[in-house]
Design a protein around this ligand. Structure first.
Ligand code: PEP
Ligand code: MN
Length: 344
C-alpha cells in the first residue's frame, strides 16, 4: 500500500499517518519525493482502513501496490535510482554504460591487453571472473582470490573500476574492500543467504537474472537486497533457457522493456552469455540499447581462442571497438543528439 500525502502536508500530518500504521503493526516507510512525500506500507497483511487513512489530514490518495515487490517498484520510488561507481552514473536517466572484460581473469598479459582496449574505447569499468561457476568440475574454476593481484593491475595502472562475481558469503569482506561492483551470477540469483548478506554492504550489486527465473522471481531477488534499505542495485538480463538450441540462451528483451516500466533500478543486458556466439554479440547489444537498456555487460579477450572459459562468445579487441562505436551512435539517437562530426 502506498499513501500519497498532499504536497503541503505538514511533518506532524505525515507523522500522524505513520504512527497510525505503526500502532497497527505495519511497517511504514517515509518516501520523500521531489514534490510530495509518500508513505510506503510494508507487511500490510492485516487490514488498514483505507477510508480512515483517506480522511486523515494531509492524505491525498491510498494506492494498492500490486505484486510482491515494494522497494524495487516504481510505485514506491517513481524516480530512477542512480547507481554511482566512482565517476560513472548508471541509471535509467543517463547514457547507457558498458562494463567489459574477460570471462575469467587469467594472466597479467591478458589484463594489460584488455585494460588498454577498454581505456582506448573510453570504458571505465572492467569485469573479470575470479571464481567461475562452471557446469563441469573438470573445467577451469577461476584463479579465486589469488587472481585479485592480477585483476588489480586494471585499477592500479589503468584507473578502471572492477566488477567481479561473488559465489560465497565467506568472501564478502574481501569483495567489499577490493571490488567496485559485486556481481551475483545467474546461478546464485536465488541464493537468499548470499543476497541477505550483500544487502548489508555498501558496494553496488549487479544482480543477474537466473537462467530459468521469471521476472517476478528476479525482482523478488532484488527485493531481498533492498528490504533493509540498500538501493544501489543494477539488474542484468543475460538470457533464459528456452527450447532453442542454436544459441546458448535466448535473450529476453521483453523483460528489459517490461522491467524498466516496473522498477526504478537500472537494467543492463549481457549479450555475451545470452547468445554464446561472438558474431551475435554486437547485433544483440544494439537491440538491447534500442529497447532501452541502461547498459551492457560484454566479454572481451585479447585472443578468445586461448581463453580458459567461454571462448566462443568473447569479443576480440577490434570487434569490441566496433560495438562501442555502434552503441555510441544509438545513444545519440536515443537522446536525439547530433551525430558526431567525423573528419576525413
Ligand atoms: C559471468 O558473467 O561470468 C557469468 C558466469 O554469467 P552468468 O551468471 O550470467 O552465467
Ligand atoms: Mn563468461
Amino acid at each position: 500500500m502506498l499513501i500519497v500525502m498532499h504536497r503541503d502536508a505538514t511533518v506532524s500530518e505525515i507523522d500522524a499517518v505513520i504512527d497510525y500504521l505503526n500502532e497497527r503493526g505495519h511497517e511504514a516507510v517515509r518516501l520523500p519525493g521531489a514534490n510530495r512525500t509518500a508513505i510506503g506500507v510494508i507487511n500490510n497483511a492485516s487490514a488498514v482502513s483505507n477510508d480512515y487513512v483517506l480522511r486523515m489530514p494531509g492524505v491525498v490518495d491510498v494506492i494498492r501496490v500490486t505484486g510482491r515487490q515494494k522497494y524495487s517498484s516504481r510505485e514506491f520510488y517513481p524516480e530512477p535510482t542512480v547507481v554511482r561507481v566512482g565517476d560513472v552514473a548508471i541509471s535509467q536517466a543517463h547514457d547507457p554504460i558498458i562494463i567489459a572484460g574477460p570471462c575469467s581473469v587469467e594472466s597479467e598479459a591478458q589484463i594489460h591487453a584488455v585494460a588498454e582496449t577498454l581505456v582506448d574505447c573510453g570504458i571505465q569499468i572492467m569485469r573479470g571472473g575470479l571464481f567461475k561457476p562452471r557446469t563441469s568440475p573438470y573445467d577451469f574454476q577461476g584463479l579465486g582470490l589469488a587472481g585479485m593481484k592480477t585483476f588489480q593491475i586494471a585499477r592500479d595502472q589503468y584507473n578502471l573500476k572492477l566488477c567481479a562475481e561473488i559465489v560465497s558469503t565467506d568472501d564478502i569482506d574481501f569483495y567489499e574492500s577490493e571490488i567496485d561492483i559485486i556481481q551475483v551470477g545467474a546461478r546464485n540469483m536465488q541464493n537468499f543467504e548470499l543476497l541477505k548478506s550483500l544487502s548489508r554492504m555498501e558496494t553496488p550489486v549487479l544482480l543477474k537474472r537466473g537462467m530459468s527465473a521469471t521476472v517476478e522471481e528476479w525482482l523478488s531477488a532484488a527485493e531481498y537486497l533492498m528490504v533493509d534499505g540498500k538501493r544501489n542495485i543494477i539488474l542484468c538480463e543475460r538470457g533464459i533457457r528456452t527450447f532453442e538450441t542454436s544459441t546458448r540462451n535466448t535473450l529476453d528483451l521483453n523483460s528489459v522493456a517490461y522491467v524498466r516500466q516496473r522498477t526504478h533500478l537500472p537494467v543492463i543486458v549481457d549479450p555475451s552469455h545470452a547468445s554464446g556466439r561472438h558474431e551475435l554479440v554486437t547485433p544483440l547489444a544494439a537491440a538491447a540499447i534500442a529497447v532501452g537498456a541502461d547498459g551492457l555487460l560484454v566479454e572481451v579477450h585479447p585472443d578468445p581462442s586461448k581463453a580458459l572459459s567461454d571462448q566462443n562468445q568473447q569479443l576480440r579487441p577490434h570487434e569490441f571497438r566496433a560495438l562501442t562505436q555502434h552503441v555510441h551512435e544509438l545513444t545519440n539517437i536515443r537522446f536525439n543528439r547530433e551525430a558526431d562530426v567525423i573528419s576525413v
